[in-house]
Design a protein around this ligand. Structure first.
Ligand SMILES: [Zn+2]
Length: 382
């Protein structure tokens, strides 16, 4: 197993743990770190950088934590957690071609992701959530992904993969979670509760065991996850009778493909904050000693409405006739004008001239501390 690959798997295990336990990701990561003998997740990544890797035994012990979240043994149930084990310990990235156009397909947390140059097709795990195809506008004239035929072809492949994922997830569940008994009773795959009527905490719908099992424990009405599905509506004032029963006719299959075309190129937005950052960086470059560097950092940089920049230096921290060459050059590139002025403000440290003798901040700090210390001896308190 490649080193970075095992860290990736630990991350994925943490993600799954967070999802199953409904805890924030950082908590799940710290929990996983604890199981590996580290105080925090940060210590895991630090150790990893210096060559540490989890052993297969450690990875398996974390994996069994996940399997432990599923309900216990049951007759007729396939080998415990086989799907989770397989999907986590095997690289699930697959490659293929449609009409000579390369794509990659992978599964992350139950969702299917299919990508080619300039496009990304996402099929959510929830069986009644729409698949979405994002296409970069800038490849409009070169990519076949704009053709309906190509889109249908890609969608067929992704949906097939999604079906495999669903089957795999269900294979780790108790049989009763996907097959209602004669009375229509089904078993919640995570909580283990059994009932023939179920309620969605998210949209207050009620549904039969057959309906919820068919949609693999995602709410058939609002797509809420299995964690939101309960055997009674304890949160409603009227209890179970306050829920809206779902008719079969209301339950639709997977909606049609949604196509999103957007220019995905990064755009530069020159706002005052960004202009200030560039100008200040250039001013620091223009500073030739510790004092001027403080002057560059302490200077007031104001951006006017038309993006012209106004720099106010402190007289004691920036020489009167010194041209901020780099700052002016940066401004020229950005196409903005620069106005400069000098002022006298209260400075953060006394004796600003001290910094003119060195370019080292350490040396300057030393001199400045000495100056503060020595004046105590020879000056009376005013
Ligand atoms: Zn719902």
């Amino acid at each position: 197993m490649k080193p970075t690959y095992s860290l990736k798997k630990l991350k994925e295990l943490s993600k799954r743990y967070a999802r199953a336990q409904q805890v924030p990701l950082h908590e799940a990561r710290d929990f996983v770190a604890g199981k590996l003998g580290f105080p925090h997740w940060n210590d895991v990544t630090k150790a990893h950088r210096t060559g540490w890797n989890p052993t297969q035994t450690q990875l398996s012990s974390i994996e069994s934590l996940l399997i432990g979240l599923l309900p216990g043994n049951e007759t007729g149930r396939p080998k415990q957690g086989s799907y989770i084990a397989n999907s986590i310990f095997e690289e699930d990235l697959q490659h293929g071609k449609i009409k000579g156009h390369e794509y990659q397909i992978s599964v992350s947390l139950g969702d299917v992701h299919m990508c080619g140059t300039g496009w990304h097709l996402h099929v959510p795990e929830a069986p009644n959530k729409a698949p979405r195809l994002e296409i970069a506008k800038q490849i409009e004239h070169e990519a076949p992904v704009y053709e309906t035929q190509f889109q249908h072809h890609a969608l067929r492949i992704a949906l097939k993969r999604a079906e495999q994922v669903r089957a795999g997830i269900a294979s780790d569940w108790p049989r009763r979670s996907t097959k209602p008994d004669k009375e229509g009773v089904v078993r919640h795959p995570i909580s283990g509760a059994e009932s023939k009527k179920w309620y969605c905490l998210h949209c207050d719908s009620s549904m039969t065991g057959k309906q919820i099992a068919k949609s693999l424990w995602h709410c058939p009405s609002c797509d809420a996850s299995p964690l939101d599905i309960h055997e009674n509506a304890w949160w409603l004032e009227d209890g179970d009778s306050g829920a809206k029963p779902l008719e079969d006719i209301d339950i639709q299959g997977r909606p049609d493909l949604v196509v999103d075309v957007a220019d995905t190129r990064l755009k530069l937005e020159l706002d005052p904050e960004r202009i200030t950052l560039l100008i200040r960086s250039a001013l620091v470059e223009d500073a030739s000693n510790a004092s001027e560097r403080l002057g560059a950092l302490f200077a007031d940089i104001n951006i006017h409405e038309d993006n012209d920049v106004w720099i106010t230096f402190d007289e004691d921290l920036w020489p009167e006739h010194k041209e901020p060459v780099s700052a002016l050059a940066v401004a020229a590139l950005l196409g903005i004008r620069v106005e400069q002025e000098l002022c006298l403000r209260e400075l953060p440290f006394a004796w600003p001239g001290l910094g003119e003798h060195t370019s080292s901040t350490v040396e300057y700090t030393e001199m400045m501390l000495k100056a503060y210390a020595s004046q105590r001896a020879d000056k009376s308190i005013e």
